[in-house]
Write a protein that binds this ligand. Structure first.
Ligand SMILES: CC(C)(COP(=O)(O)OP(=O)(O)OC[C@H]1O[C@@H](n2cnc3c(N)ncnc32)[C@H](O)[C@@H]1OP(=O)(O)O)[C@@H](O)C(=O)NCCC(=O)NCCS
Length: 216
């Protein structure tokens, strides 16, 4: 039972990461597939995400899941709010019986550096990545570019978790999701989401090269 990470946020909200080591048949015996997924590994990720929902809340009614036009899955009676993300051999899910939630999981990758201007505002770039000049530090520690990739991936994942928390699409990552103070000690980032005038706390964890971000 490869639960990689489990977190009981409070009485009503649970979060988990599943490391996918099972076959497709294992998941298919347990969960329905809700959309056609051609690529075998993506299909496995999809099934593992669904499986995790019931792992977190055993009475989660898979069979009632609907897919919105935005492609967000949801339960019409809102018995649970939930969000799913996958990356490589990992699936993450957050489920809450009483509030909107969003989760995202990403692998740290230098590729994210090439699109940072598309999702970070000038203010965010200056605040978070003042060293983003790609220069390697001499000596034995990680180079600045490595540190920047970890942070840039976190900022991307943080914004994706807000996008999923919102769930209605039509979000301008630069304008609408405004990252504010970074609390490294508590692994959270304050955020203002202008589409709903909401002040949010984005939580995160690093697991080696994996980044998990969520809003609850
Ligand atoms: C929808 C989106 C969030 C999916 O992210 P992804 O990294 O491709 O994939 P993930 O594995 O993290 O998430 C996929 C899951 O998200 C969920 N999802 C899909 N659309 C969603 C939506 N509109 N809202 C909330 N959740 C959604 C689904 O559960 C899906 O998995 P499933 O179909 O197996 O159930 C992403 O494709 C997207 O559109 N992001 C916004 C991009 C954007 O606007 N960028 C602008 C700034 S550059």
């Amino acid at each position: 039972m490869p639960v990689f990470f489990q977190h009981q946020i409070n009485d009503t909200t649970r979060l988990g990461i599943w490391k996918i080591e099972e076959t497709e048949d294992f998941f298919k015996a347990n969960v329905p597939q809700h959309r056609d997924v051609t690529h075998p590994h993506k299909r496995l990720q999809h099934l593992a995400g669904r499986f995790l929902l019931q792992f977190l809340f055993p009475d989660f009614p898979y069979e009632l899941i609907q897919i919105a036009d935005t492609r967000k899955p949801y339960l019409p009676d809102e018995r649970y709010h939930f969000s799913i993300s996958h990356c490589g051999d990992y699936a993450a899910a957050i489920v809450s019986s009483d509030k909107r939630v969003g989760v995202d999981i990403e692998n740290v990758s230098p590729k994210i550096e090439t699109i940072k201007n598309k999702f970070l505002s000038e203010k965010e770039l200056t605040t978070y990545l003042p060293t983003a000049i790609g220069t390697a530090v001499t000596g034995s520690g990680p180079g600045l570019s490595t540190i920047d990739s970890r942070l840039t991936t976190l900022l991307w994942s943080a914004k994706e978790s807000v996008f999923k928390w919102y769930g209605n699409g039509g979000v301008d990552f630069k304008q609408n999701i405004q990252l504010q103070k970074h609390h490294k000690a508590t692994e959270s980032i304050d955020c203002f989401f202008s589409k709903t005038n909401s002040q949010l706390a984005i939580h995160y964890r690093y697991f080696g090269q994996l980044v998990l971000a969520w809003v609850d």
